[in-house]
Design a binder for this molecule. Structure first.
Ligand SMILES: Cc1cc2nc3c(=O)[nH]c(=O)nc-3n(C[C@H](O)[C@H](O)[C@H](O)COP(=O)(O)O)c2cc1C
Length: 267
């Protein structure tokens, strides 16, 4: 049993920042494998089926293609590797077949379970990398581009890319991004509905951070005014961020992907 007082881990949490500028330097790949192995060991998994795989992309050409697929986020070209985390029942299903068991794990519930397994693993590994002094940044673009990733990474059915992460030696030390006050996240016994006063209190720091971050950048302010954006909340659902019609289009693509990749069995 671990006998530390937990402070190392808590300090590590408070050191977390997503890193988007990296040194031009290889990682010690054997060490990365050790961290992946430890993360798999240290992460709970539904039924211990470990319904995930990781694709490690190190080659320059692969990272350039991933850069295109992930909306040209420049850190992908800088960082020495990108990991794509796959919700994966393909391997399990092959094993079932080989052992003469009934086929399964090909419905939406199983997709969710595999996606949870994969994302839990990704965060264990993220922390292990940060403990090593490496920097990481997730890429939500994975969900938007799952069909392109399937083709590029040659994924079989019941395999879905659910998140990606770049890893490398940091070349920046950005300020920590704020979180809401703890009371925003915790409900005592029952769900406590938020009224306007709660929302103003809970989001006041975040609203201020937004003004400080963008308030003096005339290019960005021009763009905001073109879209009628006056505050952070309006920014989030504007065409510059998570625009609802675009998000719904992506959601439709994901449904289609699950359907055509055997993760949508209904009979
Ligand atoms: C699932 C997920 C997807 C993300 N996608 C991106 C991304 O595509 N590009 C990016 O620059 N940051 C991405 N991030 C990083 C978030 O922007 C970042 O975690 C958030 O702003 C909080 O900042 P912090 O991680 O430095 O605390 C993602 C984070 C998560 C958890």
């Amino acid at each position: 049993m671990y006998s530390g007082d937990g402070m190392d881990l808590i300090n590590l949490y408070y050191q977390h920042r997503s890193i988007r500028i990296f040194q031009d330097r290889e990682l010690p790949w054997e060490r990365l494998n050790e961290l992946i192995k430890a993360s798999i060991h240290g992460t709970s998994s539904s039924g211990n089926l470990n319904a995930y795989s990781i694709i490690v992309s190190r080659k320059k050409e692969a990272r350039e293609r991933l850069w295109e697929i992930h909306g040209e986020q420049d850190f992908i070209k800088q960082a020495p590797c990108t990991l794509t985390f796959l919700a994966d029942y393909h391997r399990t299903r092959l094993w079932l077949k080989e052992q003469g068991a009934q086929d399964g794990f090909d419905d939406f519930l199983c997709f969710l379970v595999a996606a949870f397994d994969a994302v839990l693993l990704s965060q264990s590994l993220a922390l292990a990398c940060e403990a090593e002094g490496w920097g990481i940044c997730y890429m939500g673009t994975t969900l938007f581009a799952m069909a392109e990733l399937k083709e590029f990474l040659r994924l079989p059915p019941t395999v879905v890319p659910v998140t990606s992460m770049v890893i490398g030696y940091p070349a920046e030390n950005p300020a920590a991004r704020s979180r809401l006050p703890l009371e925003a996240y915790i409900h005592d016994e029952y769900y406590h509905e938020y009224d306007d006063a709660d929302l103003q209190r809970l989001y006041s720091q975040r609203n201020k951070d937004f003004t400080v971050r963008y308030g003096t950048n005339s290019e960005i302010l021009k763009e905001f005014s073109r879209h009628g954006i006056e505050n952070l909340a309006q920014f989030y659902t504007s065409p510059l961020k998570y625009f609802p019609p675009s998000m719904r289009d992506y959601a439709e693509k994901i449904r289609e992907y699950l359907h055509s990749n055997d993760f949508d069995r209904r009979d």
